[in-house]
Design a protein around this ligand. Structure first.
Ligand code: PSV
Ligand code: MN
Length: 383
């Protein structure tokens, strides 16, 4: 139990700046009181999540959504709040130029612009001290014949190689794949295999990031996790839940059992280290944002605690004996354990309130930001 608590104490979950801003669907963005008006206020909200949970010390930025004049100053502000800057997320999907793609666009001028943005993101890593660049491309085509599938892979490889060469000591990039959307016929990085092949070719500073919402229904994500870890190519997660497509709902809400299975493979494969980034990539469209993040961090923590509780010796023995039901029972025993008392106790040992949701509700922070943050433009997904 001491080992399990030590592991849980060392856990790090990164929250995304964009979860604190307004977001919605293509039908409606519902504004919420107290929503940050700039990246500085987003960091202040993220600091509350860390203060209540004790395990969310970094915040991912999305550029240009979090564009500021002085990134070193933003990083300083974060440190003063008790958090740090995590992954820098590039954005080459919200400019008119990118209608037909960014780094895979048929026009070299657009490709240059897109790669230029990725290089700018590495500059921001230098200025903020971030060690991780996260690359997701909306690139793809809607119709057969619209562009040359193979040439697009060549263009992608060329851009990735340029960015890879620009990475400094201790920096890496994570390549994110997504089955579909916004392109529907063919996406240029549709699956882990494509991302993996590009990363292998580039070298150790390129790794794959698994966004749990980016697969076809029924995909066995924990298999992908096990495989990538075995190859040393799992760079991190974008955690969220999905019922249908890329729903970006709170992680562990739709399928807590899947989250447990993923965390079990992470632990089994030796990936429960700082080498793998455990990030959230989700939006809170109808629920309040800071508590939404706190709940999500708790969901990952609970799944992790259950995965750590798996009796691996008993599991190995049952597996070796071909005891199908016994092996399954070992896993299910851990999953069915109520870990909430364990985690409440751990938080108290860490000097935190046992219930982060109640701690936030009682902190008065929401009332304060709702009163203070009037006027100005609320920050939003895409703004
Ligand atoms: C794309 O759907 C994605 O998962 C990428 O990580 C983007 O950067 C992020 O969503 C934006 O919310
Ligand atoms: Mn993502």
């Amino acid at each position: 139990m001491t080992d399990i608590k030590a592991a849980l104490r060392a856990q790090r979950i990164e929250t995304p700046s964009w979860a604190y801003g307004n977001s919605g669907t293509r039908f409606k963005v519902f504004a919420q009181p107290g929503v940050p008006r700039d990246p500085y206020e987003k960091l202040a909200d993220a600091a509350q999540v860390h203060a209540c949970t004790g395990i969310a010390p970094t915040v991912a930025l999305h550029i240009p959504w979090d564009k500021v004049d002085d990134y070193a100053d933003l990083a300083r502000h974060a440190r003063e709040l008790g958090v740090g800057i995590g992954a820098i997320n590039s954005n080459v999907f919200q400019d008119d130029d990118y209608k037909l793609g960014s780094v895979t666009h048929p026009d070299p001028r657009v490709r240059r612009k897109a790669t230029g943005h990725l290089l700018e993101c590495v500059d921001i890593m230098d200025a903020t001290g971030s060690d991780t660049l996260k690359l997701w491309f909306s690139d793809g085509i809607n119709y057969p014949g619209q562009d040359d599938l193979r040439a697009r892979q060549d263009r992608l490889a060329e851009s990735l190689a340029e960015v890879y060469d620009r990475l400094g000591e201790g920096q890496r990039f994570l390549l994110e794949y997504k089955l579909f959307e916004p392109a529907f016929y063919a996406t240029d990085v549709p699956d882990w295999g494509t991302a993996y092949a590009h990363c292998v070719r580039l070298g150790p500073k390129a790794q794959v990031v698994v966004d749990t919402g980016h697969h076809a229904p029924g995909t066995n994500i924990e298999f992908i996790v096990a495989f990538l870890l075995r190859e040393g190519k799992l760079g991190g997660f974008d955690f969220n839940s999905r019922f249908y497509a890329d729903d970006d709902l709170m992680v562990g809400a739709a399928d807590p059992f899947q989250l447990f299975r993923i965390m079990y493979e992470v632990i089994r494969g030796g990936g429960f280290t700082d080498e793998v980034a455990f990030m959230l990539d989700q939006c809170h469209n109808i629920e309040p944002k800071i508590p939404g993040q706190i709940r999500s961090v708790m969901n990952v923590q609970e799944a992790t605690a259950k995965a750590l509780l798996v009796d691996r010796d008993a599991l190995a023995a049952a597996q070796a004996a071909g005891d199908v039901l016994g092996a399954n029972a070992v896993l299910m025993d851990a999953y069915n354990t109520d870990v909430r008392p364990l985690l409440a106790g751990l938080r108290e040992e860490m000097g935190l309130a046992p219930d982060p949701m109640a701690a936030y509700a009682g902190s008065g922070y929401f009332e304060k930001i709702a009163a203070e943050r009037v006027g100005g433009q609320q920050a939003g997904w895409g703004a």
